[in-house]
Design a protein around this ligand. Structure first.
Ligand code: GLA
Length: 381
């Protein structure tokens, strides 16, 4: 089925790495419901790397680690489904997964897709480590895409090749509904900045059917994420987390929560459940965000606009620099020139503030690493 909106959910990797088990997953699934996250749109519970034994069984199938999943995988799927949520899993296009503790699906794509269908999996993340250098990535992703499409179950295919081998040029040939357009996120503003800047050239490839995935969110993560060199530990301030969530919303990335919901603060939960930001992310017409001229030369001062399905605009100001900056920019570039008698009524998503535009110009001082995210109505000037 054609994917109409960026998928939303929760994934084990950012906080737990390979240290996962059924209990942790089910407790987080409980909280997705009880904290109101399901109502906000988060409906996939995804188990990342580290769930299988080192060896396949005698029929060549992957085996869930019985220490971590004592009742098997179908039991976890049943638990998740009983909550009205969808169930996701992970494997890899290479002979081993990225963590190297379990086999990848190389040359076992059809067998594994069958297991996933039997366990009633709804979502599969497919990674790119430890692959054979003699087969192009696109062939490997097409294999799993075809295997899933023939598994007898509708399984959303989440491609994770980090944008390598020019993924954007071929990913839509694989049946994927989302594709990782970035390297792995770390729990730092530096990382958020790096992923954002990398994304700018890839925005034309985002859209219905297959969404650019900027990686799982670090909102709500404490400094206790697993450490194996992948996930940094310096963390982000709340203001930085808002900027992160605003960018992912504005750019239409899948929103996959990466924190331990048992430890989430009220403030972080408020970020993840902000209705207006989510509405921008999930807007039915995924129209491409575009950059506006905003004064100042730095590449790290970004203003983006996006036309929404009801004729409103989303406007995001993202100050990725380490200095405050006064952003001034007009609405002409958005197709709303004041001399045609129109202007915008703006409402800020996080504060509810309604700044007045003068002669069709925004004029906002934004703190270092801060943002403004507006929903704007077109009104008579
Ligand atoms: C890669 C992916 C991550 C995560 C890990 C698991 O690094 O990009 O998102 O799935 O593998 O090992």
């Amino acid at each position: 089925m054609m994917q109409q909106r960026p998928p939303m959910g929760w994934n084990t990797w950012n906080t737990f790495g390979p240290n996962i088990d059924a209990k942790t997953i089910c407790e987080n699934a409980d909280l997705i419901v009880s904290l109101g996250l399901k109502d906000a749109g988060y409906d996939y519970i995804v188990i990342d790397d580290g769930w299988a034994l080192e060896d396949r069984d005698e029929q060549g199938r992957l085996v869930p680690d019985p220490k971590k999943f004592p009742n098997g995988m179908k039991a976890v799927a049943d638990y998740v489904h009983a909550k009205g949520l969808k169930f996701g899993m992970y494997t890899c296009s290479g002979s081993l997964t990225c963590e190297k503790t379990q086999p990848g699906s190389y040359d076992h794509e059809y067998v594994d897709a069958k297991s996933f269908a039997e366990w009633e999996v709804d979502f599969l993340k497919f990674d790119f480590c430890n692959r054979t250098p003699i087969i192009p990535g696109k062939y490997l992703f097409r294999r799993m895409g075809a295997a899933l499409a023939n598994s007898g179950r509708e399984i959303l295919f989440s491609a994770c090749s980090w944008g390598s081998e020019k993924t954007h040029e071929w990913v839509k040939t694989t049946g994927a509904s989302m594709w990782r357009s970035t390297v792995d996120i770390a729990n730092s503003f530096e990382s958020i900045k790096k992923l954002t800047l990398k994304q700018l050239e890839l925005l034309p490839y985002n859209g219905h059917g297959c969404f650019n995935d900027m990686d799982m969110l670090v909102v709500g993560m404490n400094n206790d994420s697993f450490i194996d060199g992948t996930m940094g530990t310096n963390g982000c301030t709340l203001a930085e987390q808002k900027t992160h969530f605003s960018i992912w919303s504005m750019f239409g990335s899948p929103l996959m929560i990466g924190c331990d919901l048992r430890l989430i603060s009220k403030d972080a939960l408020e970020i993840l459940t902000n209705k207006e930001a989510i509405a921008i992310n999930q807007d039915a017409t995924y129209s491409q965000p575009y950059r506006l001229v905003c004064g100042g030369r730095s590449d790290e001062r970004l203003v983006f606009a996006r036309l929404l399905s009801n004729g409103d605009f989303a406007v995001g100001i993202f100050n990725l620099t380490d200095e405050p900056f006064r952003f001034t920019f007009g609405t002409d570039e958005m197709g709303v020139p004041t001399h045609c008698g129109k202007t915008l009524a703006a409402k800020e998503v996080w504060t509810g503030e309604e700044p007045k535009l003068h002669s069709g110009m925004f004029n906002e001082e934004v703190e270092a690493h801060g943002c403004r995210l507006y929903r704007c109505r077109v009104i008579d000037a």
